[in-house]
Design a protein around this ligand. Structure first.
Ligand code: NAP
Length: 482
């Protein structure tokens, strides 16, 4: 993509920003400039709002079958372009190619799932106390949707929002993360090439997030905000959505506990922890941030975890055998350094890693060694603050009540993990954990078919599953006198 980037999509046409400004997009592993994106501002947002509002008049009146057909075709195109999407994802965001392929498949799952869910939007009939009256409900699209997405899952977070919006009959304006606009362009092309009419989805790429966000949120035409990102920004956006009383769903940060009970197999649990903790180089909202291991298994667990983590290879995601890519930027590395030095000062042991690393032949400066910290305590920064990087923080515990209290002692409530072979423990503990998703001996409690989301400061609403489309629908009651 040349300097004269045209990555803004309004009314079906790709165009530059009104101001003509652009910004570079870099590969975090090689520091190479991959292209440029249009730097949209409030004026571009106004154009997008007009486009989405106009398109809503017709798109909201299409049949569920027409909308499902578009999503099904978009899914087919995604499968055809799977490898090129995955390679661009690796270049732009940094995750290893295998993980990028998995994410592209996951992104496609939302297209396929919501193509089916479109046909299942149904209302109910309700008995009336009056003999001459009947009630029924209609489910109708909420209107124009503003979708703001993060860089860490740069394709699946887009389809997780746009597929249900399109399925419900809404129109949308997407503001993708500034680090990953190129993949957003390729993702929107799937919808356009599948025959989605002009204006149904619009996009404003930008690195002026606050200006673009404000223009979207101040508009009374925009009836819904769907956001995935940090808790701080999410809370602020919910406040800004209040004056115009928009529907909101926000998927925010996490601080997942990973609890290994005394009857679990410590090796199996440590293998699970090594897999899920270092997924996407730890840059995942469901990444375990606090690993609690029963004291009787502590040494055995740490031994396996350390061995596994030592074997992880750091590098550019397209290189053979690499499972740890770069962090997204220098700020992320600084956060790792701060959390590790704070933990060290307060008595944690660094079993492996603990430093920034350079990779031969690569100019990227954001590689951080996969790290295991043992004897982590609640006073350490890492026990409180979301890490979002490749550091496993491990703490021993002695009894169930104590570990549940500690696990729940966080403002977050997204994912939690429990390892036990005892069914009663699994159910008892799951019921007491204040989290939106719990993996029991399972490191991946996610699917397009399952509701994803958190409680407390981890968010509002659910994405995916049969609940996912509800976020884009209003219920209209009709009372009929007969
Ligand atoms: P972020 O800084 O909150 O950014 C997310 C999105 O919001 C980006 O598009 C960003 O734009 C935009 N944004 C930033 N400031 C804004 C403002 N003032 N007004 C409007 N939009 C604004 O989060 P991130 O660092 O990209 O993502 C990591 C966070 O997302 C982590 O906390 C992670 O846990 C969370 N996350 C949650 C889920 C979930 O499903 N719960 C999934 C993935 C990630 P720019 O890119 O231009 O800054």
């Amino acid at each position: 993509m040349g300097i004269e980037a045209s990555t803004i999509l309004i009314d079906g046409v790709w165009r530059p920003s009104r101001s003509g400004a652009t910004f570079p997009v870099t590969d975090p592993a090689s520091a190479e400039v991959l292209g440029h994106a249009s730097d949209g501002d409030a004026q571009d947002v106004q154009d997008a709002i007009v486009s989405a509002s106009t398109a809503f008049e017709t798109w909201s009146r299409t049949t569920a079958y027409e909308r499902a057909a578009v999503l099904t075709r978009a899914h087919r195109l995604l499968l055809e372009r799977h490898e090129e999407l995955a390679r661009l994802l690796t270049r732009e965001q940094g995750k290893p190619l295998r993980a990028a392929r998995t994410e592209v498949t996951y992104a496609g799952d939302f297209l396929a799932w919501f193509a089916e869910e479109a046909k299942r939007i149904s209302g109910v009939t309700i008995p009336s106390a009056r003999a001459d009256q009947r009630f029924l409900t209609m489910r109708q699209p909420v209107g124009v949707v503003a979708a703001i997405t993060p860089w860490n899952y740069p394709i699946s977070m887009i389809t997780r929002k746009l597929a249900p919006a399109v399925a419900a009959g809404c129109t949308a304006i997407l503001k993708p993360a500034a680090q990953t606009p190129l993949l957003a362009v390729e993702t929107l092309k799937l919808f356009l090439d599948a025959g989605l009419p002009a204006g149904v989805i619009n996009m404003v790429t930008s690195r002026r997030a606050a200006e673009v966000g404000d223009a979207l949120l101040e508009s009374p035409e925009v009836r819904k905000l769907t956001f995935t990102g940090s808790t701080a920004i999410g809370k602020m956006l919910v406040q800004k959505a209040a004056p115009t009383l928009k529907r909101v769903s926000v998927e925010l940060g996490g601080h997942a506990p990973f609890i290994v009970f005394p009857d679990a197999d410590p090796e199996h649990a440590a293998k699970g922890a090594a897999l899920v903790k270092f997924l996407n180089t730890g840059q995942a909202c469901i990444s375990p941030n606090r690993i609690y291991v029963h004291r009787s298994l502590y040494d055995a667990f740490l031994e396996t975890l350390e061995k596994r983590v030592r074997a992880l290879k750091v590098g550019q995601g397209e290189q053979e055998g690499v499972s740890i890519g770069p962090l997204i930027d220098d700020r992320a590395v600084a956060k790792m350094e701060e959390q590790v030095s704070d933990a060290r000062d307060k008595g944690a042991r660094v079993l492996v890693g603990g430093d920034r690393v350079a990779v031969d032949g690569l100019a990227g400066t954001t590689f951080y060694a996969p790290t295991v910290l043992a004897d982590v305590t609640p006073e350490m920064l890492i026990s409180v603050e979301e890490t979002f990087g490749p550091i496993a923080a491990v703490t021993p515990f002695d009894d169930e009540d104590e570990v549940i209290r500690r696990a729940n002692d966080t403002e977050y409530g997204l994912a939690a993990y429990v390892y036990t072979r005892d069914l009663s423990t699994a159910i008892r503990v799951t019921e007491r954990l204040k989290f939106g998703m719990v993996g029991v001996n399972d490191i991946n409690p996610t699917s397009a078919a399952a509701p994803f989301g958190g409680v407390k400061s981890s968010g509002l609403g659910r994405e995916g599953g049969y609940e996912g489309i509800d976020e884009y629908l209003d219920t209209k009651l009709v009372g009929i006198a007969i």
